[in-house]
Design a protein around this ligand. Structure first.
Ligand code: ADP
Ligand code: MG
Length: 289
């Protein structure tokens, strides 16, 4: 599904997972939603000297990164360089061999400090992973209904609001199987937004999109950041897309991080590895230098 709340705890009043695993009664629905469904706030992320090998294949070789609260941060590089593996570490689908990841100062593999605020995160997978037997609205509301986060009236309003945020207002009844690739991606984003994530991660968001729908997606991602307080991490080999949407970009290759900077700093970089990646990605134009 790509929807997560870490640690089974809830800094805003009460242990959602405790309630889910131990059952809860109607009294929790006194309000429209149980306590965990609050406003989002972008989290800060710090990755320190992260190493990961698979059977002797040393994929992550000492990654250091700092991502600021509210930032749109892209990690770009050729395929096979560990971008997806890095993303999986941030959402705890992989464990590092060494090094650590801090979110708002808390090591994500350590028990949370009592005063730590909880955060919610959600990943938009490359495949979109929608349920074709369900309508657009049902896909977006799936997590809320399954976990019984809110009452039905509130869920309908949340679905409407999230669809509006991705430019699909009023499309609740459409069948998912009738959608174009770009629309599927936007439904997948709306579904991730249903939980009000503080951190939203995208793995290769433009992989199956043509240039026009990639542009639309870029606008959706930027519009979201303007309207919602969240931190965005994008992993992509699509350099143009990353330069267009990001506040900052980190370029990685087999050796590790090559360069970190704003899109204009990356474009102006004199680092031969960066220049070569830009050249091979954009190819240049025949006849021009
Ligand atoms: N679960 C795994 N087991 C073994 N090898 C893996 C696993 N996940 C990724 N790898 C390897 O790690 C390397 C980086 O993979 P990946 O992060 O998917 O690259 P990217 O996303 O940059 O294209 C590849 O060589 C891949 O085969
Ligand atoms: Mg990948």
């Amino acid at each position: 599904m790509g929807l997560f709340t870490p640690n089974g705890r809830n800094g805003r009043g009460g242990g959602l997972f405790h309630k889910l695993t131990h059952g809860f009664t109607a009294s929790i629905f006194e309000g429209e939603c149980i306590a965990n469904y609050g406003e989002s706030r972008g989290v800060g992320i710090r990755i320190e000297n992260l190493h990961k090998s698979f059977n002797g294949n040393h994929v992550l070789r000492g990654i250091d990164l700092e991502i600021l609260p509210g930032e749109i941060f892209s990690i770009i590089g050729p395929s096979g360089t560990g971008k997806s593996v890095l993303l999986k570490h941030i959402v705890r689908l992989e464990r590092p061999d060494s090094g650590r990841i801090l979110i708002d100062g808390n090591d994500i593999l350590e028990p949370p400090r009592p005063e730590a605020r909880d955060y919610r995160y959600s990943m938009v997978f490359q495949s979109s992973a929608l349920f074709n037997s369900l309508s657009v609205g049902e896909n977006v509301g799936l997590w809320l209904r399954e976990k019984r986060i809110c009452n039905e009236g509130r869920i309908r309003r949340i679905i409407r609001d999230k669809l509006r945020l991705v430019g699909l207002e009023g499309k609740e009844e459409l069948r998912t199987s009738e959608l174009s690739g770009g629309m599927r991606k936007r439904v997948a984003i709306a579904r991730s937004l249903a939980m009000n994530p503080d951190l939203l991660l995208y793995d290769e968001p433009t992989a199956e999109l043509d240039p026009v729908t990639s542009d639309e997606l870029a606008r959706v991602i930027m519009n979201l950041r303007a309207k919602v307080d969240l931190t965005t991490i994008i992993v992509s080999h699509d350099l143009n897309f990353a330069l267009y949407v990001s506040d900052r970009v980190a370029m990685i290759n087999e050796q590790g991080i090559v360069e970190i900077g704003t899109p204009s700093q990356i474009k102006a970089s004199q680092n031969p590895v960066v220049r070569n990646f830009i050249y091979t990605t954009t190819k240049g134009i025949k006849g021009e230098e």
